[in-house]
Design a protein around this ligand. Structure first.
Ligand SMILES: CCCCCCCCCCCCC/C=C/[C@@H](O)[C@H](COP(=O)(O)O)NC(=O)CCCCC
Ligand SMILES: Nc1ncnc2c1ncn2[C@@H]1O[C@H](COP(=O)(O)OP(=O)(O)O)[C@@H](O)[C@H]1O
Ligand SMILES: [Ca+2]
Length: 615
């Protein structure tokens, strides 16, 4: 969800009447455990203040900085770390302020705090002593309230750490009596139940062998507690083989029962989920995926990625961090980030879909070599990367591409895709004719902008298509730093024949601020489609590759490029999987899937500035 959508969500939260004081239906919901009941007018409740929203409010910017005061639903003095606080919840935010200047809360820059309702994870009654959360750590499991102890409730909420990491923070308020405590819990839960974008039931696939083989522990120790705090129920499947998740999604899973699908693993595991969901959606809609000209039907279920793989580039490029708790919290708050998907065909057969990197030459060779060294874990890429760099092969072929005419932005404009990205918003959906400039209308009247295929022939060290930045811990800015998540294009990077030293210079620029495209042997184009054909393309040699490219013929040519028996070939790597053909056609399909993410936040949408509403 973008910052803008956050703001919209806050507006939606304004409640048109005093819900708290009115009698309400009894609801026993196994998931949320909300029990509505009439408010009692006893002595304690008189200390609670209920306020109906005033007409005309709610038009201010609902940030936690200075703003118009939103209508309060409930406010009362409570105790935090033994000190009195004025606590208030509105449809927009939970706020608490130290009652006097002298009673400032230790460890806080100022005595006022604000948590937007849309960033509250959950609320629970929690009796007992005051509880302090440890920054960066998951709060310990709360004890069931012991009625003989002091009544208290704990609010868990999104806290922002460094480098786009989120953590589950918590604050525990102590109340004078249980009645007050119940009222607070009910009121906050009621506001949370109005957030319709939040998932309630998830289907989770865990790859126990991805990355450092910690997928299962990561889910159990870091993610499940967050889901449980948010009252999300999950059906968990630990995969038993490659493509288990894909096949289950494609044919068996009762998708209607879920609000989203989550994978715990790396980019390869995410790719399985995407293939399963896209195939299921196209099958259900009667779309022939083997036809490169078919328009794909977008998938309705959102996908969450809990990073537990080797590269985790999708997570890094869509959230800004590869941190399981951060990703779990993006799922809890119900974020939504559309993504482009490239279909990769060989003639009239779909080979795969690609979301991040489609690479031939250097990255294809790294991937092929690294697959034999899976036992090394994520380090296999460094080992195979060095080996492939030293062999320094070049591959001959023809690249044809269709430039993304009419789209905003270019690969070298340094406009990074961030939360609420205007390039992605502008480039689709297509603008209505009325909104176009006269000049554009004239071009359209003359038959539209001409789609002219461009052709490049030669020897290449690498041919890469980056449909997103492909930022990852190895290269925090990525293969194409200004590529966009959902602009309907992919950045085609051609690294022509060059010396090993020049290629090293190019690679090193992926790790510093210099422009990796600023070399005479590198060109980059933003495209909607492209094709590649290796030199001496013929059907028989494709068959060799279909056997894994490991036939005697293929091996000799790769190892002895000068033998003259045929041009050496690389293999395409598609999001970490090798393709069985070298001759391919690629087409970008815009916004076909959606993630539980919001794009990388430029600045936090909400901060805890210590200054709240203007008086
Ligand atoms: C001298 C230092 C040079 C450093 C250059 C680093 C450039 C790294 C760019 C990496 C882009 C990665 C794009 C992501 C691809 C993934 O889909 C794929 C599969 O991931 P996973 O399932 O998690 O294993 N990963 C790769 O193809 C790894 C490429 C690594 C190349 C060194
Ligand atoms: N239970 C399993 N056993 C073996 N392979 C699996 C299993 N579950 C998934 N896979 C496959 O493992 C591959 C790599 O998984 P991934 O989670 O992406 O880890 P990594 O990032 O280390 O490559 C994926 O292509 C997926 O198809
Ligand atoms: Ca893109």
């Amino acid at each position: 969800m973008s910052e803008g959508k956050n703001v919209d969500a806050l507006f939606l939260l304004y409640v048109p009447h005093n819900r708290v004081a009115s009698p309400r239906p009894h609801r026993d919901d196994a998931t949320t455990h909300i029990r509505f009941r009439a408010a009692r007018g006893d002595a304690h409740n008189r200390r609670l203040r209920y306020a109906a929203p005033r007409p005309g409010l709610g038009s201010g910017t609902p940030r936690c900085g200075r703003m118009e005061r939103p209508p309060r639903l409930l406010s009362s003095p409570l105790w935090l770390h033994g000190r009195r606080c004025d606590v208030c919840v509105s449809g927009a935010a939970l706020t608490w302020t130290a009652a006097t200047g002298r009673t400032r809360i230790p460890g806080r820059a100022a005595g006022s705090h604000c948590v937007p309702v849309c960033e509250i994870v959950g609320v629970q009654e929690a009796a007992g002593r005051s509880q302090k959360s440890e920054p960066g750590r998951w709060p310990r499991v709360l004890q069931k309230p012991d009625k003989s102890q002091q009544p208290a409730f704990t609010v868990s909420y999104v806290g922002r750490g460094r480098q786009h990491r989120w953590r589950c923070s918590e604050v525990t308020f102590h109340c004078a009596d249980w009645s007050t405590c119940h009222q607070w819990v009910q009121t906050i839960q009621e506001q949370l139940s109005l957030l319709t974008n939040r998932p309630k039931r998830l289907l989770v696939y865990v790859n126990p062998f991805g990355g450092k083989q910690r997928g299962r522990q990561i889910y159990e120790q870091k993610v499940a507690p967050v889901f449980s705090r948010a009252a999300i129920s999950a059906d968990v499947i630990v995969t038993e083989r490659a493509n288990h998740a894909r096949d289950h999604l494609k044919t068996e899973a009762e998708l209607k029962e879920y609000d989203g699908v989550v994978c715990v693993g790396g980019d390869g595991m995410f790719s399985e989920i995407v293939h399963g969901l896209i195939s299921r959606t196209q099958l259900d809609s009667g779309v022939d995926q083997d036809s490169p000209e078919e328009t794909l039907v977008p998938c309705s279920l959102r996908i969450g990625i809990i990073p537990a793989g080797s590269t985790d580039c999708i997570c890094y490029a869509t959230v800004g961090a590869n941190d399981p708790v951060t990703s779990a919290l993006h799922i809890v708050v119900g974020d939504c980030q559309p993504l482009d998907v490239c279909s990769v065909h060989h003639d009239d057969a779909l080979l795969r879909y690609s979301l991040s990197l489609l690479g031939y030459g250097f990255y294809g060779d790294v991937l092929t070599d690294s697959e034999k060294k899976r036992w090394m874990g994520p380090a296999r890429y460094d080992f195979s990367g060095l080996k492939t760099f030293l062999t320094h092969h070049q591959y001959e072929g023809t690249v044809s591409y269709l430039p993304a005419t009419g789209s905003v932005g270019s690969p070298r404009d340094r406009m990074k895709c961030r939360s609420g990205c205007h390039v992605c918003q502008h480039n689709s959906p297509l603008p209505s004719v009325d909104s176009l400039e006269d000049e554009t209308k004239a071009v359209l009247a003359n038959g539209g902008p001409r789609d002219v295929w461009q052709v490049v022939r030669g020897k290449f060290v690498a041919i890469n298509a980056a449909s997103m930045s492909c930022a990852c811990p190895r290269s925090p800015k990525g293969l194409s730093p200004s590529a966009h998540l959902s602009d309907g294009t992919t950045d085609l990077i051609l690294v022509r024949k060059c010396s090993r030293l020049d290629f090293l210079r190019h690679l090193l620029r992926h790790t510093n601020k210099d422009d990796q495209f600023d070399h005479p042997f590198v060109e980059v184009h933003r495209v909607r489609r492209f094709r590649f054909a290796p030199r001496h393309h013929d059907a028989d040699s494709e068959l060799d590759l279909r056997d894994g490219g490991k036939g005697l013929f293929g091996q000799i040519c790769r190892d002895h490029p000068a033998c003259g028996c045929a041009a050496p070939r690389s293999t395409w790597s598609c999001d970490g999987e090798t393709l069985p053909h070298t001759s391919i056609q690629v087409r970008v399909h815009s916004k076909i899937i959606q993630l539980f993410a919001r794009g990388i936040e430029e600045r936090p949408a909400f901060q805890d500035p210590g200054v709240l509403y203007a008086a």
